[in-house]
Ligand binder design. Structure first.
Ligand SMILES: NC(=O)c1ccc[n+]([C@@H]2O[C@H](COP(=O)([O-])OP(=O)(O)OC[C@H]3O[C@@H](n4cnc5c(N)ncnc54)[C@H](O)[C@@H]3O)[C@@H](O)[C@H]2O)c1
Length: 328
């Protein structure tokens, strides 16, 4: 199959592109390298350095099909930044995605896989979130993703585009063979930040908020290994022939920020320096999924079920790449 992958030079997109190649597919990556890295583009993928706002170049690539599917990872994806510049986030994520969806319809792309997010939910209780839990984004970032899910729904109803919305919980870890890893600039994710603090490459870690309604007062999240995410994409692509789907994608286990700190110390064998900081705007208290639907419908089973194993892959990548992808 021939797949076009937007955002394939980024963290999740590069791991999924690699998995597609390993499954024998042809992969073309479209990325403007705004947060991605040329060195993260897997061997064997074709690459176009293009911005999704550039409809001329986008449509030229889409016209050069036929494509069996498009996987759409490219986005602005920082919750905090979206609270500071809400209209920029809404405009950018909506416009880029609408350009792509419209182009896919125009050039008869049959399958569309979209990186959605747990940030659609603003959970105050501790019940695991199902696909049918109320949508109530706590940030413009989450809202932009919800609007894109709705746009896909209309593309199916009006034009028959088959789509899959995969709502990732917290993507973490790195390719087990060390070929790819996580390198966001700026980094906002807990595990890479904590690893760098433990390694003495950053100042003490800041933990945002100790007064959440959780057992230890810190936020609780569901971490899913990025290679397990990649496998879920492959399974979902195969499923799209029988109709559109929406899945929550996590392991169903919740870890508090303090649990993660402890696991980082166990894996690294180092003491992790850290301090409290005030809550970060837009962060819900608990985001844990109930993964029943994707497990029963697709038979998806995460290989990484222990948080220490997820952290260990990220730790190995950071040890081998102290500057991330820079200089590669
Ligand atoms: N990382 C997570 O834990 C997580 C959780 C939930 C959802 N998501 C979603 O998954 C997707 C990938 O996340 P990630 O962590 O890999 O992010 P990332 O920043 O590493 O990757 C995004 C990629 O998209 C590219 N890009 C951004 N804007 C573009 C544009 N206008 N045109 C072309 N390319 C553009 C960037 O250069 C980058 O390579 C995003 O849509 C994000 O919202 C991620």
């Amino acid at each position: 199959m021939r797949y076009l992958v937007t955002g394939g030079a980024g963290f999740v997109g590069s791991h999924v592109a690699l998995a597609l190649i390993e499954h024998g597919h042809h992969v073309t990556i479209l990325d403007n390298l705004s947060t991605g890295h040329r060195a993260a583009i897997p061997t064997g993928a074709q690459f176009h350095e293009v911005d999704l706002l550039d409809t001329n170049r986008l449509n030229t690539i889409l016209a050069n099909g036929p494509w069996d599917g498009v996987l759409h990872f490219a986005a602005l994806s920082l919750v905090g930044a979206s609270m500071a510049t809400p209209y920029h986030y809404l405009r950018q994520n909506m416009l880029t995605s609408l350009n792509l969806i419209e182009g896919c319809v125009r050039y008869n792309v049959p399958r569309f896989l979209f990186s959605s997010t747990a940030a659609l939910f603003n959970n105050q209780g501790n019940t695991p979130l199902s696909e049918d839990s109320p949508i109530n984004p706590g940030s413009p970032y989450g809202e932009s993703k919800f609007l894109i899910e709705r746009a896909l729904n209309w593309a199916e109803r009006i034009h028959g585009l088959r789509y899959g919305c995969l709502r990732y919980f917290n993507a973490a870890g790195a390719d087990a063979k060390g070929r790819l890893g996580e390198d966001h600039q700026p980094e906002t994710h807990l595990i890479p930040l904590a690893l760098d603090s433990a390694l003495g490459r950053r100042p003490p870690l800041k933990l945002f908020g100790n007064d959440y309604p959780t057992p230890d007062g810190t936020c609780i999240r569901d971490y899913v290994h990025v290679s397990d995410l990649a496998e879920a994409h492959i399974l979902t692509l195969n499923r799209l022939d029988t109709g559109s789907v929406t899945y929550n994608l996590g392991t169903g286990q919740g870890f508090s920020n303090l649990n993660i700190l402890k696991a980082i110390e166990t894996v690294t064998g180092r003491e992790l320096p850290w301090d409290w900081a005030p809550r970060r705007e837009g962060d819900p208290a608990i985001l844990v999924t109930d993964p029943t639907r994707i497990r029963t419908e697709l038979g998806w089973q995460p290989r990484y079920t222990k948080i220490e194993d997820i952290i260990e892959t990220a730790f190995r990548w950071r040890l081998a790449h102290p500057n991330g992808y820079r200089g590669l």
